[in-house]
Every structure is written in structure tokens, then in C-alpha cells.
Design a protein around this ligand. Sequence first.
Ligand SMILES: [Zn+2]
Length: 470
Amino acid sequence: MSDMRRLEAINLREYDIRGVVGNGFNAEDYRSIGRGFGSVIVEKVGADETPTVAVGYDGRLSSPALSNALCAGLMAAGVNVINGGMGPTPMLYFAAHVLATDGGMMVTGSHNPSDWNGIKMLLCSNSFFGDDIQALGDRIAAGAFTEGVGSIKEYSIFSRYIERILEDFDPGIELKVAWDPGNGASGEVIENLVKRLPGQHFLINEKIDGTFPAHHPDPTVEKNLVQLKELVRVNGCDLGIGFDGDGDRIGIIDSKGRVLWGDQLMILFAREILKESPGAPIITEVKASKAFFDEVLKAGGDPVMWAAGHSLIKSKMLEMQAPLAGEMSGHIFFADKYYGYDDAIYAALRLLSILGNTNQSIADMQDALPKLMSTPELRFECAEDRKFRVIEEVKLRLANITDIKVHDIDGVRVETQDGWWLLRASNTQAVLVVRCESSNEEGLSRLKATVKEQLVASGINLPADFYLGL
Ligand SMILES: [Zn+2]
């Protein structure tokens, strides 16, 4: 049987493969992707050895069948599959690391709606992304596959994973914690993990259910945190912890029901890690608050601004040997004692270790963070062939202005006397993203006016209410 297929361009994204399951994206595509990725691995490892790939899948209804098709494709390319079954994405990453496989493939739609699915890939423990994914699409379209007969072995990494998560946990004082895995793939792990923790634990939506009956499994959107906030309030918890659909993104609520965003959470982790590794680089993305850069510097670290996207952040982290990196979206990467991938369950226990060993509550810590005024991340459509050009035009116009600092690692982040503003192009959608931050209202208004000026100068005319929001 030939697995030659042309994958829809929309499914091959910058960081992973993703799409709505149906005619344009189905089990046959998964078989082809397995065969294509398997061929990449066989060619890399060489013909003398049969390579191994760890496979896992999330709790979506479509995931078991798609995972089977993927495994069949891998075996047809000559790869031995270690099938870890259902669980969160970081558990699959863990399996790939500790079993030292040649690759890892996770069938997951992450935080997307229930009719979506996708694949996250590791090649010899490194992210497989960007040009790698485009080249994989070309290989599949051309049918350039290796031939072989691989085997498949079921392997449960579940207990070993839980033991590893607990290894770096330092309990201290007992805490009251609310947990919401959002019916995502981390539910079973959380349920078992909290039985091993001191203190009181309140769980909701721990049953894995791919229809996500309670709420959308994305803890970075406030409306998905309503239940968790209520659980914290009713039980007088010290904090609430939410996870996305596949457990690689975390969301935190303090005892007063306030969200701690990814960059704020990173400050708490950075302070802790910098005690052991003074001067270490701590990496975040261009969307992060100035507070992150100031606080990391104050804690004796070297704050590094890098391009958004978890694969890009992970690669930079490896290059700089950074002990910690993170994104606004709640992907937090620990490499001081852990393996440098984004594991929200591990991050949760690192946070509990910090809180258990200080007399400050997370609400106190939140109160002590610098108060800045910012807009949310605002997105608007801009044609695919235009979005990067707009950024270039803005850069050119800014070149003549003297009293500003421009960071152009990913779009433009412009520091002025008033604070900063950001304009960047999404890597995955025909969308431009804007954000501004200042210490005061007047400053924020001036930043917003500057952004508007720049957009208008590039012929982008957005409705007036966009600028109200901005
Ligand atoms: Zn995710």
C-alpha cells in the first residue's frame, strides 16, 4: 500500500501538525506521517540498527485510532514502536528521555476544541519543527519512504513518571490546593499524584473525557478558570492549578482568585533557581512583561528575550544551557534538575515546593510584583503575504527615531520612555498581534496612539473599537 499523500498545508504548522479531524485530516494521514517520520529516523540512525520511537496519545475520542494508524506507519518504515498509551504529552517526553528512544510522537490536539487533533514530535530528544515539518510534508507527498518491518511493544511509564515528578518535590508546610485538569489527559496522573502529597487537595474534572464537558481545556483563558476559582474560594485554598488538554501548559490562581500569568510565574521560579545558579540565563518570549526582565535581573539572573513558540524557546534554551525558560501561555521548561521540556505537572510541584518552604503566600508574592498597566494580547487578521511585510515597513520607519530601543528578534518590540509596545506576526495564522505595557495610564495611551499611527501608515485600517480595546 502506498502512503503517498499530500497533507493539507494548514495541518503542517511551525511547531507541530494540527487540524480538524475529518476529510482533510484522518487516520490515513496519520499512517503516512508515521511512515514519513519513521523514514527520517531510519535514515538518521543508519541501516545497521532498528530505531525505536515512543508513542503516546491524549484523551480525545479520535486519538486511539489515529495513534494506531501512526504506529502502523512507523512500523512499515522499519521502526520499533514503544507504545505508552494514553497520558499527558510530558509523560511521552519523559518516556522518550528515560528509554533513550530515537524519537517520540504524541497524538494530541493540545488545548484545541474536541474535534481537533494533531501530533507533537521529538527527534532524538530534540524538537522537530519549522523546516523539519515542511520537509516531512514534502517527503510524504513524494512517497520517499524507507521499507521495513518494525515491532510494537506496550509499555507503561505511568508509575515511573509519577515517581520522577515526586523526586524533586520538597514538601515543607502543608498546603490546601485546588486542581483542575479540565478532563484533559493529565487527569489520571494528577489523581494519583495528589494521593502522595501532604496537605489537602480538591480535584475537579479529573476524569479524562475527550468531549471536555466542563470547559475548554485551556487555562490561559480566564473564562476556563471560573470553576477553579470557585473551588479555591469555597475551600479557602492557598492556590488553584489548572492544566491544558495535554498537560504541557499550566494556569495558576492565587487564594484571592487572581490569575498568575506565565511571565509572573516565571519570576517566582527564576528567583528560586537563581539561588543555586547565579547569573544564569532565564529565557522568555517577546510578549512578556517588563516586570519579568527587571525582576530576573534583580534576582541576579540574565533575562533573555526570545522568539515566541515553544519549539523555538526550547532550542534556545539548549543552546544557552539555560536552567529555566517559559512562555506567557504557561509552557514552563525546567532544565536545572529536569529534562528541559515543558511539563505542567512537574511545574506544579516545583511551585508547591516554593510555597511550602516560605512564609509568604502566593497572593503575597502576587501583591509584591511590580504593578504595570498592559493591554491584553490583541490579534487581528492580516493577509499571509502581507503580515511580515508590515513588520518590515514598521522597522524601516522606526529606524529614523532616536530615543527608542527596538528588539527585532520576533516582530518589533519597541521600548520608549513610556514602556513598550509589540507588533508581531503569528507563525501559525494570518494574524498580527499587538500588546502595550506602561507604568501609568497616560503612558499606555501614548503607546496605543503610536501603534495606531504605525498600523495606519501601513494601510491597516481597523474598526474604532479595536483601538478602544487596545
Ligand atoms: Zn498543550
